[in-house]
Design a protein around this ligand. Structure first.
Ligand code: NCD
Length: 342
């Protein structure tokens, strides 16, 4: 029997804490100071049937950084699913080739169906509007790391989630993951029709958290610790919803919103991609270079967290430190030209 990572629902608080501790131990490798070969010989199947840049590449890179190799497939067109192959058959076939499988698929529940046909660990890389558990883990890891730097604690924290809370799978997984922790205040700001599903709000409230729903960002959020903003998932809209939909500029998180409405150390997060077309009114680029903008620290954190997921599912997490060697190639001190120095 192997275990999969399909939903945040399967994670206890202890298991999450363990994963985050393993992720912290991966930092020297993720930051390219050390090399390990602990997964040498292992093969990952990285199956992406929906658009992806960071999830696909960071799972791939995380497996490589552990010393493993990766087989990739993207899109339906060049897979046997285009010939009518079932998830069951694909799953059994891939199990003969790979030691772990990451899958992203446009239908909610599809990755669980795929995982039901295999004893090889399967990780849900996003199933339609369903869940994205590895993203939620890296988001929590980011919040925890940033709070440690700022001398804050998760207990009593105020998190604001905004954007497409209906179809955004990252916020579905994140709100459930946060709800495992000490009572928090969660404010949800979504345009009409794109609100967080009520069963998720009920679950979080039943765990003792305070949840408020608002319709606009035109309020004061001076005590908000994290603004988590998301892209409108137009690709999941029905034709009727798409007709004439446009996100009002009032939902844009930008420097003016942060300076006027939020505190001096409010963090801004986004699972990315942000839609940079002006009419999208997604997270504004005018915050680039502002240390409150944590989005690229967040994407960087995808590597240690995904390494930790592989290491725990493949049961090598106790072997990591036995195997470390120094990196010999050139690594720039700051990865991005706008990265804030701290
Ligand atoms: C998100 C996704 O695919 O759910 N991106 C990601 O994995 N980091 C968010 C999105 O597509 O808007």
């Amino acid at each position: 029997m192997s275990s999969h990572l399909l939903s945040v629902d399967s994670l206890s608080r202890d298991r999450v804490d363990h994963l985050l501790r393993v992720a912290a131990r991966m930092e020297p490798i993720a930051q390219r100071r050390k090399v390990t070969r602990v997964l040498e010989g292992a093969v990952l199947g990285n199956l992406f049937f929906e658009a992806s840049t960071r999830t696909r590449v960071s799972f791939h890179a995380a497996f490589c950084r552990l010393g493993g190799s990766v087989c990739d497939t993207t899109g339906f067109t060049f897979s046997s699913m285009a010939k009518g192959e079932s998830l069951y058959d694909t799953s059994r076939v891939m199990s003969g080739y790979c030691d772990a499988i990451v899958m992203r698929h446009p239908e909610q529940g599809s990755v669980a169906e795929f995982a039901a046909a295999t004893n090889v660990p399967v990780i849900n890389g996003g199933d339609g509007p369903g869940e994205h558990p590895s993203q939620a883990l890296l988001d929590l890891y980011t919040i925890d790391k940033e709070f440690t730097r700022l001398g804050k604690s998760l207990a009593g924290a105020h998190v604001l989630m905004t954007g497409d809370l209906k179809y955004g799978r990252t916020v579905h997984s994140l709100i459930k993951l946060l709800s495992l922790y000490a009572p928090m205040r969660i404010t949800l700001v979504a345009p009409p029709g794109l609100e967080m599903p009520s069963q998720l709000i009920d679950l979080v409230v039943s765990r003792g958290h305070r949840v408020e729903q608002r319709e606009s960002l035109a309020d004061d959020y001076a005590d908000v610790d994290v603004v988590y903003t998301t892209r409108i998932q137009k690709e999941r809209f029905t034709a009727e919803m798409s007709e004439g939909f446009s996100l009002s500029r009032d939902f844009t998180v930008d420097r003016a919103f942060l300076d006027r409405r939020c505190g001096r150390d409010t963090l801004v997060m986004h699972p990315l991609p942000r839609d940079s077309r002006p009419e999208a009114n997604d997270l504004d680029v005018d915050l680039n270079g502002d240390p409150r903008l944590a989005i690229f620290r967040q994407t960087d954190n995808g590597i240690p967290v995904r390494m930790a997921i592989f290491a725990t599912l493949l049961q090598v997490e106790e072997l990591i430190e036995q195997d470390l060697r120094p990196v010999r190639w050139f690594v720039p001190r700051r990865l991005g030209v706008d990265d804030a120095t701290s």
